[in-house]
Write a protein that binds this ligand. Structure first.
Ligand code: GLN
Length: 471
């Protein structure tokens, strides 16, 4: 591993612009790390070596001509659920094995326009169903901080690619926590933007009213830089409004004095690992000491969030997965794994005549109540801080045969998907050698505030400077 592997987007850009190194040299440092670590960690399904080299050479040409683009020459990994023109896209499932999309997802097109070098496609729970990475048909991804443990899912490969220095940043999707959870388990920064802030076009749909398109970076500033490229209206996705896209890096350093932060009592529950709780409470102290107003708040319908999520989400999954009929994509429906089948059955059941009113319609009503909880809370506070996971990472295999206990690991993350609010997961240190993270949740389209709060904390703590290979 070279010093290039430690770089943030910002630092790598500076190095490229000053000609300290070339885009090809930068790329090679990451390709070599993939070569060294991927057989152990299983973070990548596909490494795009030759395409990436072409893109890096092109970046060097543009750099030599004095051109500058926001991600010029930056090696970025894509969760293998983003359609990539000419490159296999599997969604982690054998059903799509061998499928080569004829087009790029909007986010991929935007990253390429911004000069990014696409280094590879990362492993995930099949169809993004899971919290651990173990549901992948391509084998589980391992946590680089301890390879006997899960890295969190479903965007497990993307989180690990950044954490283990195999990419500078990576894309993910978060339908119920799949960016925030693996970010907190791997010491990376994960952003789940507001629903509709980033286009879903060309990303294999899990649950369309919950899917949020975000990314992993080493630090908060990079997360803001990345969102500058991906956010905004897309005519190909009708759920992306024309809300203005600010320069998300502008307010990173703003004084946080006087910002009102709510701590929801329902997120500090019995059964939570006391050491994780202590870690998050310590992070909250930082805000108190820096002039924020900390207020205890209540989000009273939180206890219904998991039940609501596990009705709405499988209902939408059963509809979205209906299109993989074995005719268009080559592989038969029997190649669906256990978890996808479980969700198709659950969803079909809750949408069926006689059960629709009792389950699906009722879940939609509770969804409205959960949205109201947040509307009420945001009348009193500007942002909310909560843990991401009630526990530390668990051992690979520990929950694999117990879907219910796996579903419960999403207890703190699913609500922001049900309500569409943005959530930023940032590292808050280590417990028993494992990374821990907190999430900052804000009102719709207020990502700037989350970056400001996250950046100020990170400036004092700099957990992101630690990586699994130097302790
Ligand atoms: N763990 C959750 C689930 O399995 C969330 C997945 C996701 O966000 N893609 O549904």
């Amino acid at each position: 591993m070279t010093s290039h592997n430690n770089l943030t987007i910002k630092k790598a850009r500076e190095g490229l612009l000053k000609k300290d190194f070339s885009a090809v040299e930068l790329l090679n440092a990451y390709l070599e790390q993939i070569e060294r670590k991927n057989s152990e960690l299983n973070a990548f399904i596909t490494v795009c070596k030759s395409e990436a080299l072409e893109q890096a050479k092109h970046a060097d040409k543009l750099l030599s001509e004095g051109q500058d683009l926001p991600l010029l020459g930056i090696p970025i990994a894509l969760k293998d659920i983003y359609s990539t023109k000419g490159i296999q896209t599997t969604a982690g499932s054998n059903v799509l094995k061998g499928y080569i999309p004829p087009f790029d997802a909007t986010v991929v097109a935007r990253l390429k326009e911004a000069g990014a070098v696409i280094i590879g496609k990362t492993n995930l729970d099949a169809w993004a169903h899971g919290s651990s990475g173990e549901n992948s048909d391509f084998g589980p991804t391992k946590n680089p901080w301890n390879t006997d443990f899960v890295p969190g899912g479903s965007s497990s490969g993307s989180a690990v690619s950044v954490s283990a220095q195999m990419a500078i940043a990576a894309t993910g999707t978060d339908t119920g926590g799949s960016i925030r959870l693996p970010a907190s388990f791997t010491n990376t920064v994960g952003l789940k933007p507001t629903y509709g802030r980033v286009s879903r076009y060309g990303i294999v749909a899990m649950a369309s009213s919950l899917d949020s398109i975000g990314h992993f970076t080493k630090n908060v500033e990079d997360s803001a830089l990345f969102l500058n490229v991906t956010a905004g209206n897309d005519p190909l996705d009708g759920t992306t409004p024309t809300v203005e896209v600010p320069d998300y890096t502008k307010k990173l350093d703003k004084d946080i004095k006087g910002i009102r932060i709510g701590i929801p009592k329902e997120y500090f529950i019995a059964g939570m690992d006391p050491k994780v709780r202590e870690n998050i409470e310590k992070a909250i102290k930082f805000y108190e000491e820096n002039g924020c107003k900390i207020e205890q708040i209540s989000l009273p319908h939180t206890e219904y969030a998991i039940a609501t999520y596990y009705i709405i989400q499988p209902a939408e999954v059963s509809s979205n997965l209906a299109r993989y009929d074995g005719i268009r994509y080559g592989n038969k429906r029997k190649t669906f794994g256990e978890e996808a089948k479980r969700r198709i059955m659950l969803g079909t059941f809750t949408l069926s005549v006689g059960y629709y009113d009792a389950y699906y319609k009722k879940a939609l009503k509770v969804r409205t109540l959960l949205i109201k909880d947040f509307e009420e809370a945001f009348k009193k506070v500007d942002a909310i801080i909560a843990p991401v996971s009630p526990t530390l990472p668990w051992k690979i295999g520990e929950k694999a045969n117990d879907p219910l206990s796996m579903y419960l690991s999403d207890v703190f993350t699913v609500t922001a998907n049900i309500t569409g609010h943005p959530g930023l997961s940032i590292p808050t240190g280590f417990v028993d050698g494992f990374p821990v993270g907190m999430q900052i949740i804000g009102p719709h389209f207020k990502e700037e505030l989350l970056f400001n709060l996250g950046h100020r904390y990170e400036q004092e703590h700099k957990w992101f400077e630690r990586n699994p290979y130097e302790t």
